[in-house]
Design a protein around this ligand. Structure first.
Ligand SMILES: [Zn+2]
Length: 218
């Protein structure tokens, strides 16, 4: 957002703070919240869309400043995919490019973080790490609560981190011999190679996956 605000400020020769709804650009009626809460005395307070900015959060005069014909509100409504076509600034394009790479190209630039799912938030964090090298990442049960398709995206991202010379340590529990009241015992300790010989669910899937990889290579 800093770079986006700067691009708007330069195109209009005004200060960058105008393009922040937390700062000078805030709608004065709702202080940039986009909604107004009315105290109803003895009843629960009622929240309505701000009638001055109609939920845009910005002071109406800020919307008169444009970049390539779009106001800051128009730009925040662009998806990452659309924004990649719209911006010419190289730094902005690079950041948007990583969003698309981690499969978040459908999010709009202005989407509040609180509306993202667990998988989306995780990918957003990892997007910031792409391009770095020599780091160590420790992930504790990163697949908890993720959809199967999100897990595939996550694994592809972890592979990329490793390919870029980072170390990734993933902690997933394999307590057995079964789930629920039959579980709770540590079923294996050792190296990944030794794990291949073990009788655990993880070992079984690891063997299957390796078989698949070998098939691919042949
Ligand atoms: Zn307002």
């Amino acid at each position: 957002m800093d770079a986006v605000r700067k691009a708007f400020a330069e195109a209009n020769t005004v200060e960058a703070g105008l393009f922040s709804f937390n700062s000078k650009g805030a709608c004065r009626q709702c202080s940039g919240r986009g909604e107004v809460t009315a105290d109803m005395a003895f009843m629960d307070p009622v929240t309505t869309v701000c009638e001055r900015c109609h939920g845009d959060r910005y002071a109406p005069d800020v919307l008169g400043y444009t970049l390539h014909g779009k106001s800051i509100v128009n730009v925040l409504a662009l998806t990452a995919e659309e924004a990649a076509q719209f911006f010419t600034d190289r730094a902005i394009r690079r950041k948007i490019g990583t969003l698309i790479e981690v499969g978040l190209g459908y999010l709009t630039l202005g989407q509040p973080l609180s509306t993202l799912s667990g998988g989306e938030r995780q990918r957003l964090k990892l997007a910031g790490e792409l391009g770095k090298s020599g780091g160590i990442y420790i992930l504790d049960e990163p697949t908890t609560g993720l959809h199967m398709s999100d897990i595939d995206t996550l694994l592809a991202l972890l592979d990329r981190l490793v390919d870029a010379a980072n170390t990734v340590l993933v902690i997933e529990h394999d307590l057995g011999p079964d789930g629920g009241r039959h579980g709770g015992r540590i079923v294996f300790e050792g190296t990944p190679t030794q794990l291949l010989q073990a009788k655990t669910s993880t070992a079984e899937y690891l063997r299957r996956d390796l078989d698949r990889t070998v098939d691919h290579e042949q």
